[in-house]
Structures are given as structure tokens and as C-alpha cells.
Design a protein around this ligand. Structure first.
Ligand SMILES: Nc1ncnc2c1ncn2[C@@H]1O[C@H](COP(=O)(O)OP(=O)(O)OP(=O)(O)O)[C@@H](O)[C@H]1O
Length: 826
């Protein structure tokens, strides 16, 4: 009600009603209490120390929010006492001064209880601190919560009636300085005393609250220091974390670097291992080959050595035994003679001595008899005779000594004789041991020879088996095979290459893809066709002749085994035919070397080979002997003869060179090249306009098994295959080109006919000199390999595609199984 009145009065004055209690805490005295009071009214935000402006997360909610306000606490005992004013009753900041001066704030009248309103309306003026009073003017002076001015003298509006009105404290009602005497009501005094007691109680509560606030402040300080510590730890942890993060990053970088290095090392290692493996494989093969040769050589050497040693040893031993026997015989004879002589001499001496003694004894006894008879008569002579007897006795003793000596001599001689005999016996027994050792040696040698013979026999069987298996493999591969070889660009001379790809170069090497020429459609679109080709083997520009020969060496072996083999190079001029066939390391020299080495190896298995070579040129449908005289070229007529029964071809008047060593082929190739260069202004010009056929006849005989084989190896370098329209030839050149085209197309026809499934189909061998010459080397009983040579130049693209198409046709041809030309001796 009072508030309503106040509001009404404010409206009447035209001033705004207060929205907030304006409170200035006193500078001394109960400042904390003032704060609590103001807390209870307006709930200001919690006060933090200046250095702690913001709430620190993680700490409990601010104490002021949780705890009860002082006014609440102050109100607690009042609640206990029903007569006490309500707990929410605000207390003016200067309670202590009020208790001294009995001065009560008019604001107490806001307490809604009627009784309290009555008690609180004692107006002793506003007890704000002396320093806190601002210089208010009549108009701007802030109002109290009740909206009236503090100075009653300036108050123009009538104050609402309160209980104060019942007391007269000298209000300006009746003029200044004139105060009526108060009318003392003893019950009111009691009431005041009760209020005073309540106030002192309140002051105690406030003091308790102050103590509690101090405790709380301390705990706040502890919390603050703890927060500071935690902040420091947090800062340390953050810096440690950032260090660890940096370390982690470094480690990651190091780890990725080491991973990369490890990967590089692993890759390098893999490459090295691959290289080493490849090298090792090559080395192993070399070593194996070397070992095989070495072993064979050793075996041969050992056999020779053993035979030689055995003969020498037998001779030596025989000689020694003979000498020894002779020596022994001589020694024995000499010994026997000596012994005999000695024995007869001593016997003679003993007999002589005995005879003498017997004679002398006889004489002496005769003399003794005579003397004894005469003793009686001649005593004088007795002493003489006795002395004579004594002398004879001593002589006898001497003679006996001599006999003893002779006997001892005889004994010594007999001992010597026995020793000699023992020596002879020993020598004779030694001779026996030697004979025994020799017999052992001989037996072991015989065993070794038998083992070697067995091994040789086994080898021969294995060789036969190898031939059989080898040829089975060859037959399985097909009797006409096509290889493709793309030569490299000639450095410095050639610049525009065609687009040729080798998609499976790392695996099977059977594919070659040629990008065709550009073609413009009616709509003007430019396209290029991709031409893929597939053959038995494709050699790229980096391939070497050695690698190419490795692939054909088995065919060359077949020629040694008695097959007819034909290897020919097809391709346009300059595509690399001559380089492949006749270069110093080309197929012809390598084939001859292989055949020679193989023939030598087979010698120990009983094979003897006769190898004869001839070199033919087919030029303008005429045959020329490239090993003959150069002046005979194009003049001397050579004829082809076929022995249909033996299926053999001979050429009349052709030069045949016995190949007694691999170096012979070099001379043959040189001679052929010289003859061609004499016949043409440029050797390669002639070579590109004619076909050349290197024919090697191989006739082998096995003296052990009685086998015989006849094979022929034909290595053909065809003339350039360029088309007539493309070459734009005229005159002599036109004729040459026509002949070349004819023979090449005949070759195609022959292969085609051979591949046709018709039995006994006509094969047009006779249609060209070349096919006629190769009749028995192309077809049923032969093995054929065609090289299609490819130029890498864009300018030759059209010819390249034509050649590859022709080769594809040949590749798709299946020719019947080859037959070995083997005969057995009757
Ligand atoms: N594989 C190769 N590696 C390096 N050079 C090669 C190769 N093949 C061919 N050549 C070179 O290419 C050139 C032409 O080769 P080559 O004379 O063999 O061709 P060709 O087909 O026999 O020609 P022609 O029909 O005129 O006889 C030669 O200089 C030769 O040395």
C-alpha cells in the first residue's frame, strides 16, 4: 500500500520511480554488512579480486551464489521469533551508528509487515556516511526508494501518513526551531529495546558472517594459489606437449626418410640380387660348359695317358725283369763257380795234405819198422829216428792245423754260399711281389678300361636319346617357325623412326605392334591403325646376333642329327638380313662353329662327320657359284639336279669346300663377298638384288653303332622384298625386281601349298630357281625357320607392314612332320 502511495506521489511530481536502490557503502564500520545488504537487494555480481577478473574454469561455482545472503542469515533468528521483523527487511548500512543514535532509516518502512512498517517509520534522517553524501540539488537529488526528497524542508509534497505522525520530533509542520515535546509511549520504548536487542543479535550474526567471509576469502586465496599452480603446470604441460609434438614430427620425418631409404636400399638390393642371379646363372652355365669340356678333355687325356703309361710301364717292367733275371743268373753263375773253385781248391789242398801225411806216415812207419828192426841192430840210430818222429809229429800237428784252417775256410765259404743263396732267394721273392703289384695294376687298369667302355656305351645311348628328345621338341615346336627382328636406327644416319612397340618384351617376346600411317576420312578425321603381329619370337632393336643364334642353335643341331634345315631371312633392302646372316658374328659363322664343335665332341662317341660347304647366288633366275671364279659369275651355267630316290639335291660344277675347321667359313664368306663386289659396282647393291644360299652338307657315320646321318643346313639371305611400284625401277632394275618378286611370291606359294591340308597337293617348287633349289629343304622332311627383318624407319612403314603380313601368313602355315635321314649300315 505504501509503495502504491509512493508511486502515486511520484507520478504526481512528474519524476520517474526509482528502479534501483542507490547505495553507497560506508568507508568504515560495517562495510561488509552493507555489501551483504546490497546483495540481498540487487544481487550484484560476485566480487573477484582485481587480478582474477574471470571465473576460472574447473573451480566450484562462486561462493556468493551458493551461500545464503546475510539478510537471509540475519532473518533466520527472526523467523524463530514470530514478533521479529521479516528476514528480508533491509538494514541500513549504518546500523551501529543507529544503535548509538537511535537513528533508523526510513527505508525500513518497505517491509511489508504492518507491524514492522509501523516500527520502522521512525525517521531520524538518512544515516549515510558523512563523506558519501553528494552535493545534491533540489531537482537532481536522487530519491530514496520511497521517492521523496530527503530534506523535509524542501519537500513540497505531503508525506503519506505513517506511525511517525503519532510522534512529534519537531517536524517543520509548525515552523523551524519550534519543537513540541514528544509524547513518550512506554510500550514503544519497550518495543525499541526489543528492536535494539534484535539488532545486536543481528550484529553478532553479521560478525559471524564476516568471520565466515574471512575463512572463505582464505580458501579463495588457497584456491587462487592452487589455480596459479595448476596454470603453471598447465603452461608447462602445454610447452612440454608442443616440444613432444615437435619431436614427434621430427621422428615422423626421420621415420619417413628412413622408410624411403630402406625402400631405396631394398629396391637396389632387389636389382643387385636379380643382376647377381642372372650373372650367377650365366656363370653357372659357362662353368658347366667349361666343366663339361674340361671333363671330356681330361677323360681323353687320361685315357691316352693311361694307355701310354701302361705301355711304358709294361715295357719298363719287362725290361727290368729281364735285366734283373740276367743279373741274377750271372751272379748265381759267378757265385757257383767261385764256390766250386774254392771247394775244389780246399779239397785239393786237404787231399794233398792228407796224401802227403799218409805218405809221410807210411814212410815214417816204414822207416820206424826198418829202424826198429835195425834198432836192435842200430841203437844209435834210434834217437835220430825218434827225433825224426818228433819232427814228423810236429809236422803232422802243423798239417792238422792247416786242415783245421781249411775246414774253417770251407765253413766260411759255405756260410757265404748260404748267404748268397738267401740273397738269391730274396731277390727272387721281391720279383714275385713286383709281379704281383704289376698284376694288380694291370687288373685295375682292365677294370678302368671296362668302366670307361661301359660309360662310353652309356653316353652313346644317352646321345641317341638326346637326339631323339631334341628332335621331338623341335617337331613339337612346328616345322616352320617365324622369327621377327627389328634392327636399330643407324646412329647419325637415320632420324625418323616408325612407331613400333614390343608389348611383351619382358616376358615371352612374341608380339610386335606397328602403328600404321595416318589416314584421313571423308570427314577429315585423321586416324592411325594399330597393327599387332605375333610370331614365335620377336627380337627388338637392342638384340644381338648372339642372342638370335641361341634361338636357332637347336635347329643347327638338327642338321647334324640328319635333318634338312632351311633358315632364311626375308625383308626389304636395308632391313638387316645380311647383318643377321653373314656378319662376322652372324648366323652362318656361328652355325659352322657350332657344327664343328659338336662334330668334334661327337667323335668320342664314334661319330665322324664330313662337312662340305657351297655358296650359291640366285640372280635373275640364274645360279652363280660364289666360291668359284669371279669372271664365271653370270656366265657359267649351273644346273640343279634332284635325286628323287635319295631326296637329295646337287648342283653341277659348283665349288664345294671341305670344312676342316671353323676358320674356313670366314674365307668362304670373304671369297663370296669379293666375287659379288667384282660382279657389281657395289657389293651390297648386288647382294640386295639377289638371293644367296649357303649350303652345308653334313654326313656323319658312327663306327660303333653303324649309324649314318645326312643333313643339310641351308642359310638363305633373300633379296630385298620391296614392291615393284614402290621401287619405281626401270630397265635392268625392272627385270631384277620382277625376278625377285617372282621368286619371293613363288616361295610364298610353296609355303602356302605345303601348309594346305590336301594330301599329295602339288607344290610349285619348279616355279622359281630358289624354290627348286630348296625343294628338299622346304617341306615334309625338313625344318624351316623364317626371319622377317624389319626396318625401324617411318619411310619404310608400308613395306614393313607388307613384310609382317607375309610373315604372318607363313607363321599360320603348318607343315608336316620332319623326317630324319638316317641309315644303318648293312
Ligand atoms: N641388328 C643390327 N644392329 C646394328 N646394325 C644393323 C643391324 N641390322 C642391320 N644393321 C645395319 O643396317 C644396315 C643394313 O643392314 P643389311 O645390309 O644387313 O640389310 P639387308 O637387309 O641385308 O640389305 P640388302 O637387302 O641390301 O642386303 C647395315 O649397315 C647394317 O650394319
Amino acid at each position: 500500500m505504501e509503495t502504491n502511495n509512493e508511486n502515486a506521489s511520484m507520478r504526481a511530481s512528474g519524476l520517474k520511480p526509482p528502479t534501483k536502490f542507490n547505495y553507497s557503502p560506508p568507508k568504515s564500520g560495517l562495510s561488509e554488512m552493507s555489501q551483504s545488504v546490497s546483495n540481498s537487494r540487487v544481487m550484484p555480481p560476485p566480487q573477484y579480486p582485481a587480478n582474477q577478473k574471470h571465473k576460472i574454469s574447473g573451480l566450484p561455482e562462486s561462493v556468493p551464489k551458493q551461500r545464503k545472503t546475510l539478510s537471509d542469515r540475519a532473518g533466520e533468528p527472526i523467523h524463530k521469533n514470530p514478533a521479529a521483523p521479516p528476514s528480508s527487511q533491509p538494514v541500513n548500512g549504518s546500523v551501529k551508528s543507529l544503535s548509538r543514535n537511535a537513528s533508523f532509516s526510513s527505508s525500513t518502512s518497505r517491509v511489508p509487515s504492518a507491524s514492522s512498517r509501523n516500527t520502522s517509520t521512525l525517521s531520524f534522517g538518512h544515516s549515510v556516511g558523512p563523506g558519501s553524501k553528494p552535493p545534491y540539488t533540489a531537482n537532481n537529488r536522487p530519491r530514496t526508494a520511497y521517492g521523496h526528497n530527503r530534506s523535509a524542508s524542501q519537500q513540497s509534497l505531503s508525506r503519506p501518513g505513517t506511525s511517525q505522525d503519532n510522534y512529534n520530533f519537531g517536524n517543520d509542520q509548525d515552523g523551524v526551531g519550534k519543537r513540541k515535546e514528544p509524547i513518550w509511549d512506554p510500550s514503544r520504548i519497550d518495543k525499541m529495546e526489543q528492536d535494539m536487542a534484535r539488532f545486536s543479535e543481528l550484529a553478532q550474526t553479521v560478525e559471524g558472517a564476516v568471520t565466515e567471509r574471512d575463512v572463505l576469502r582464505e580458501s579463495i586465496d588457497i584456491y587462487k594459489s592452487r589455480i596459479n599452480e595448476l596454470e603453471q603446470i598447465k603452461a608447462q604441460l602445454i610447452s612440454m606437449n608442443s616440444t613432444l609434438q615437435a619431436d614427434l614430427e621430427d621422428k615422423k620425418v626421420q621415420l619417413s626418410a628412413s622408410n624411403k631409404a630402406l625402400e631405396d636400399v631394398r629396391r637396389t638390393h632387389t636389382f643387385e640380387v636379380d643382376d647377381l642371379r642372372r650373372k650367377h646363372r650365366n656363370d653357372m652355365e659357362d662353368v658347366r660348359e667349361q666343366y663339361r669340356r674340361e671333363a671330356e678333355k681330361r677323360r681323353n687325356d687320361n685315357d691316352h695317358e693311361a694307355q701310354k703309361a701302361r705301355k711304358e710301364f709294361e715295357g719298363e717292367v719287362g725290361k727290368l725283369i729281364r735285366l734283373h733275371k740276367e743279373e741274377l743268373g750271372g751272379l748265381e753263375r759267378r757265385l757257383k763257380a767261385e764256390v766250386e773253385e774254392e771247394r775244389s781248391r780246399s779239397t785239393r789242398e786237404v787231399l794233398e795234405a792228407q796224401n802227403q801225411f799218409a805218405l809221410k806216415l807210411q814212410n815214417a812207419s816204414l822207416d820206424l819198422d826198418t829202424k826198429e828192426r835195425e834198432a836192435q841192430t842200430v841203437r844209435g840210430e834210434l834217437i835220430h829216428i825218434t827225433s825224426e818222429l818228433d819232427r814228423e809229429k810236429s809236422l803232422k800237428a802243423n798239417l792238422q792245423d792247416k786242415i783245421m784252417e781249411a775246414a774253417a775256410n770251407n765253413l766260411a765259404l759255405e756260410t757265404a754260399n748260404r748267404a748268397m743263396k738267401a740273397k738269391i732267394d730274396f731277390l727272387e721273392s721281391d720279383n714275385q711281389a713286383q709281379s704281383q703289384a704289376f698284376a694288380d695294376l694291370h687288373r685295375r687298369m682292365q677294370e678302368a678300361i671296362e668302366t670307361a667302355a661301359l660309360a662310353n656305351e652309356k653316353l652313346r645311348v644317352e646321345e641317341t636319346l638326346r637326339r631323339k628328345l631334341h628332335n621331338q621338341v623341335q617337331e613339337l615346336k612346328g616345322n616352320i617357325r617365324v622369327f621377327c627382328r627389328v634392327r636399330p636406327l643407324l646412329e647419325g644416319a637415320e632420324t625418323e623412326p616408325a612407331k613400333i612397340a614390343f608389348p611383351d618384351a619382358d616376358s615371352e617376346s612374341k608380339e610386335v605392334v606397328v602403328q600404321g600411317p595416318e589416314q584421313r576420312s571423308a570427314l577429315g578425321n585423321v586416324t592411325t591403325a594399330t597393327n599387332p603381329f605375333s610370331f614365335d619370337r620377336v627380337f627388338g632393336p637392342a638384340s644381338q646376333n648372339a642372342e638370335v643364334f641361341e634361338e636357332i642353335s637347336q635347329l643347327v643341331q638338327s642338321a647334324l642329327d640328319g635333318y634338312n634345315v632351311c633358315i632364311f631371312c626375308y625383308g626389304q633392302t636395308g632391313s638387316g638380313k645380311t647383318h643377321t646372316m653373314s656378319a662376322a658374328d652372324g648366323m652362318i659363322p656361328r652355325a659352322v662353329q657350332q657344327i664343328y664343335a659338336e662334330a668334334t665332341r661327337l667323335e668320342e662317341k664314334g661319330w665322324r662327320y664330313n662337312m662340305a660347304g657351297s655358296f650359291i647366288e640366285v640372280y635373275n633366275e640364274n645360279l652363280n657359284d660364289l666360291l668359284g671364279k669371279s669372271e664365271d659369275l653370270d656366265k657359267k651355267k649351273l644346273e640343279i639336279r634332284h635325286d628323287t630316290a635319295k631326296k637329295q639335291t646337287t648342283i653341277t660344277d659348283v665349288t664345294t669346300v671341305e670344312l676342316d675347321g671353323p676358320e674356313r667359313v670366314e674365307q668362304m664368306l670373304k671369297l663370296a663377298s669379293n666375287n659379288r663386289s667384282v660382279a657389281a659396282t657395289k657389293a651390297n647393291e648386288r647382294s640386295s638384288r639377289s638371293h644367296s644360299v649357303f649350303i652345308l652338307k653334313l654326313v656323319g657315320e658312327n663306327s660303333i653303332t653303324g649309324e649314318r646321318s645326312e643333313g643339310t643346313l641351308n642359310l638363305v639371305d633373300l633379296a630385298g622384298s620391296e614392291r615393284l611400284a614402290h621401287s619405281q625401277a626401270q630397265g635392268e632394275r625392272l627385270k631384277e625386281t620382277q625376278n625377285i618378286n617372282k621368286s619371293l611370291s613363288c616361295l610364298g606359294d610353296v609355303i602356302n601349298a605345303l601348309g594346305s591340308s590336301k594330301e599329295n597337293a602339288h607344290i610349285p617348287y619348279r616355279n622359281s630357281k630358289l624354290t627348286y633349289l630348296l625343294q628338299y629343304s622346304l617341306g615334309g622332311n625338313s625344318k624351316t625357320l623364317m626371319f622377317v627383318m624389319v626396318s625401324p624407319l617411318q619411310a619404310h612403314l608400308q613395306e614393313t607392314i607388307t613384310s609382317l603380313k607375309f610373315a604372318t601368313k607363313v607363321h599360320n602355315t603348318h607343315i608336316g612332320t620332319a623326317k630324319k635321314q638316317t641309315k644303318t649300315k648293312d
